[in-house]
Write a protein that binds this ligand. Structure first.
Ligand code: PXG
Length: 287
């Protein structure tokens, strides 16, 4: 694979030389924010929505991003161009910067802006055809009063722990419940179920990340005449659902055929899931 060059604070560095300080609070405390997005045929899918979320996440943690939104959008496109990539996964990271060894974020200087454009394959291709099996993790999603799940922060340890639970149970993704025991989302993907012809997904106040893929799929479903409900539900509703799928920038739309060893519907990929997945792939390639 050709060598990737990484954007750090306005300059490009070969992957092996792309480094930041070990005193950076992003490393020491997970103090920073990030975005994961995709480019299709040279266009970054919903770049403006990703930048809205990035700047809002930063505002929520009182981190001032040292670039305007326009400069950031240009930097993202420049990173793709610099690496001659038209279909890619883009990871944008803003850390609090290097400081003292104490937590105090006011003693840091120079937030670091890092943009990586590379390829990602989250799940093997056959799982998009055959569907994923997931389990419910015992680790719950962050309590919204502790750290809002709406902030896409570098502090992903609760999702990492849930992912590990999934892996140890032989699953590539895990379902996370919220502090009320309702379905929230998976470790890096939002969740949808289809039941009696209605598409259902947890509301934002269930304590989830407002996924950009989620929002695109809701729009596609509504445009296709489906009824979409953003309402709280529990695992029971997944056990008795007709179909289930996950959405995310990295995962795109991936079917789920089993939760906690119970087949969902007839245990195969459903027609609506296929329809929405296809509609999503058409949407992202629209100029
Ligand atoms: N929920 C969470 C907790 C996420 O981190 C999504 C939903 C989907 O959001 P978008 O906007 O992408 O539709 C995410 C984002 C990974 C990985 O390796 C996944 C994400 C971010 C970083 C890494 O699985 N997903």
């Amino acid at each position: 694979m050709s060598s990737v060059e990484i954007f750090i604070n306005g300059q490009f560095y070969p992957k092996a030389d792309a480094k930041i300080s070990v005193y950076d609070h992003g490393l020491l405390y997970g103090d920073g924010v990030f975005e994961g997005m995709r480019a299709y045929s040279g266009n970054v899918f919903r770049l403006a929505a990703h930048l809205d979320r990035l700047y809002e996440s930063a505002k929520a943690i009182m981190l001032t991003i040292p670039m305007s939104r326009e400069e950031m959008a240009d930097a993202v496109r420049e990173t793709l161009k610099h690496n001659s990539l038209s279909d890619a996964y883009i990871r944008l990271v803003v850390t609090r910067g290097a400081g003292s060894l104490g937590i105090d974020p006011t003693r840091t200087s120079n937030p670091q802006v890092i943009i990586i454009a590379d390829h990602i394959e989250l799940y093997p291709k056959e799982l998009y055809e055959n569907g994923l099996e997931i389990i419910t993790a015992a680790t719950i999603r962050n309590h919204p009063a502790a750290l809002s799940p709406r902030i896409k922060s570098l502090n992903y340890l609760n999702n990492v722990m849930a992912k590990l639970e999934g892996k140890r149970a032989g699953c590539l993704e895990a379902l996370m419940l919220n502090h009320r025991g309702e379905v929230a989302e998976c470790t890096g993907d939002n969740i949808f179920i289809l039941r009696r012809g209605k598409l259902i997904t947890p509301p934002i106040d269930a304590g989830i990340l407002e996924g950009i893929t989620r929002n695109a799929v809701i729009e596609l479903a509504q445009a296709a005449g489906m009824e979409v409900q953003e309402i709280p539900f529990t695992r029971y509703d997944i056990y008795v659902a007709d179909e289930c799928f996950l959405t995310g920038s990295a995962a795109e739309v991936i079917p789920v055929i089993k939760l906690d060893d119970r087949p969902i519907g007839d245990g195969t990929v459903g027609a609506t899931t296929r329809q929405l997945s296809q509609a999503f792939h058409e949407l992202v390639r629209k100029p």
